[in-house]
Design a protein around this ligand. Structure first.
Ligand SMILES: C[S@@+](CC[C@H](N)C(=O)[O-])C[C@H]1O[C@@H](n2cnc3c(N)ncnc32)[C@H](O)[C@@H]1O
Length: 185
């Protein structure tokens, strides 16, 4: 389970709590590697991605894994259509970073079951970076680059509880950390 951009680095799936037998949704699942891992642990997994090419790659790679399905969908539209459906919602460098949280957070809450978990990661906002962390940044898409503190406030305003937001330091030889955020219903 890779919450960061570096393999086998940072927290594992325990961030989501027990996953066996639970319904898990990944927003912007890409080629589905993380979700395939959760499915092998017994989770019932749905991965959505706005790009049909990602679904094709995910199905080609993981189509035989039980309890794992992929769909082509936009995150807010999918969430709006699936109220009270998932025990955990995650996003790794995915749509949580690319979607206005005032629209997204109420929809995530609505899609979660009671005591559901919401967890996501993305690159740290400029205000959370270490001095000297220089990033190449083409800004091809809009991003909601909030700091750990700002995410905590946003999630609290959206009535999430037990919120943690931590910057995971990069591995040796790398300069960019990862912001990992977790909250509960
Ligand atoms: C940087 S990739 C990360 C993919 C995967 N989570 C991973 O860690 O490898 C971001 C993914 O989010 C998808 N995406 C972006 N905006 C989206 C949206 N609004 N709804 C669904 N998927 C979206 C993109 O198509 C892309 O596959």
């Amino acid at each position: 389970m890779n919450w960061t951009q570096y393999p086998d680095h940072g927290p594992d799936e325990s961030l989501l709590g027990p996953v066996h037998g639970r319904r898990v949704l990944e927003l912007g699942c890409g080629t589905g590697c993380n979700l395939a891992h959760l499915a092998t642990l017994g989770a019932e997994c749905v991965g959505i991605d706005i790009a049909p090419s990602q679904r094709a790659k995910a199905e080609a790679r993981w189509g035989d894994v039980p309890g794992l399905t992929f769909q082509t969908a936009e995150a807010t539209e999918f969430l709006a259509d699936h109220p009270n459906n998932f025990d955990a919602v995650l996003s790794i460098f995915g749509p949580v970073w690319f979607t206005d949280p005032t629209s997204l957070l109420p929809l995530v809450r609505r899609a979660l079951t009671s005591r559901g978990v919401f967890a996501f990661s993305h690159r740290p906002a400029a205000s959370d970076r270490e001095p000297g962390e220089h990033l190449r940044d083409s800004r091809a898409v809009a991003r909601w680059d909030y700091s750990a503190h700002e995410w905590t406030e946003l999630l609290s305003s959206a009535s999430f509880t037990s919120i943690t937001a931590d910057i995971i330091a990069p591995p040796d030889g790398e300069s960019v950390g990862t912001l990992v955020v977790r909250a509960e219903m």
